[in-house]
Design a protein. Structure first.
Length: 366
């Protein structure tokens, strides 16, 4: 028999092993909860630093000047910084509540309730060992004609019996206390563990509810900014855009109305302003030139590209618009050639170098 379990019934051993397994699990939960609390505090520090950086951006001259016609930079940065700081404050409060409401009670449960059971078990095992030792001494007295104890002392048998009676009472008391504590822990492990987990989840639920409310209040501003950014980015690199009629190739040569966008060194052709379905491959404007045909009748101009057999003939609403398109395309060509000559990736497609043959063709056309 295992000496560490001496004096314990099989049921007591089973119950004790069970509560020790619960203690091990609770210790793991406690350790991970403490790690979570610490990570919350580290996260809060990071969020507070971010909030401070946003406040500094709000107060920066470039944000105050607000050169953009559509984006109120300082206002939105302030919204974001305030929200982040409020969420961080709530999370820091969560970490304190978890430490005081979950970690400390769970630590007491693991360290003291289970420790008391261990001490009672040790006491019971020790008392059982003393009881068995005294029984052995009495047996030795009966079997020894010299009536001496194992250590050679001349003690009367009555004293051994008296000591045995005392140990028997102590053993009964220790067994009762140990059993009572085991049953108490059996009950506690079913309620306390659930209570601590419930408290933990309740605190996290309340935090996420508060955080959600803060982000929900910010959501309309986020949606507004999303639209403003989309509008701003859409026109940020657009040099010229509008409807033009393009003369189709073929015998009939009908005029087709499309939506043209000159952006980042490319001319994009779409079906309409609300239907951005491309009608063909975008035209690299750097390889092109544009002019108003000498014998043009009406508001017409053309784009000459090395990749096209014939010039692209386009018709605007009036001569003023024709002039605007021609000037915009010529400016885009100049900027693309300048970026290419400097080796700067100034547009989305300037990574590809222009061959000497292409440039020669371009100069001949011009």
């Amino acid at each position: 028999m295992d000496m560490s379990n001496k004096g314990l019934t099989p049921q007591m051993i089973k119950d004790y092993d069970e509560v020790q397994e619960v203690r091990k699990n609770c210790r793991g939960i406690l350790t991970n909860t403490q790690k979570y609390v610490e990570s919350c505090r580290v996260f809060c520090e990071t969020q507070n630093e971010m909030s401070s950086e946003l406040v500094q951006l709000c107060n920066a001259d470039w944000a105050k000047s607000n050169n953009s016609n559509t984006l109120e930079i300082g206002k939105y940065l302030r919204y974001f910084g305030t929200t982040i700081k409020a969420v961080s404050s709530n999370q820091f409060q969560l970490s304190n509540e978890l430490e005081n409401g979950v970690c400390k009670p769970l630590s007491n449960f693991v360290d003291y309730d289970f420790l008391e059971t261990q001490e009672l078990k040790k006491k019971l095992v020790t008392t059982k060992q003393d009881y068995d030792s005294t029984c052995d001494k009495i047996e030795s007295v009966f079997t020894s004609k010299k009536k001496k104890s194992k250590h050679g002392s001349h003690l009367p048998i009555q004293e051994f019996e008296k000591e045995l009676e005392r140990l028997k009472k102590e053993l009964d008391v220790d067994t009762e206390e140990f059993n009572t504590k085991l049953q108490e822990l059996q009950s506690k492990k079913e309620t306390k563990v659930l209570r601590y987990m419930l408290d933990m989840l309740q605190l996290q639920y309340e935090f996420h509810q508060k955080a959600f409310k803060l982000y929900e209040n910010l959501k309309p501003r986020m949606d507004k900014l999303q639209q403003e950014l989309a509008d701003s980015e859409e026109h940020q690199y657009v040099v010229k855009e509008g409807h033009l009629k393009q003369k189709a190739s073929g015998l009939k040569g009908n005029w087709e109305r499309n939506y043209f966008v000159l952006r980042e060194g490319y001319l994009y052709i779409y079906k309409g302003s609300n239907d951005l379905t491309a009608t063909g491959k975008a035209l690299n404007i750097m390889l092109c030139t544009t002019r108003i045909p000498p014998k043009a009748k009406g508001p017409i101009f053309e784009i000459i590209a090395p990749s096209k057999k014939k010039p692209i003939l386009l018709q605007a609403e009036n001569k003023k618009e024709v002039q605007e398109w021609v000037e915009a395309i010529q400016m885009a060509i100049s900027e693309s050639l300048e970026a290419q000559s400097l080796g700067v990736d100034g547009t989305a497609s300037s990574k590809k170098k222009v061959s000497e043959q292409d440039l020669l063709c371009l100069h001949i056309v011009q």
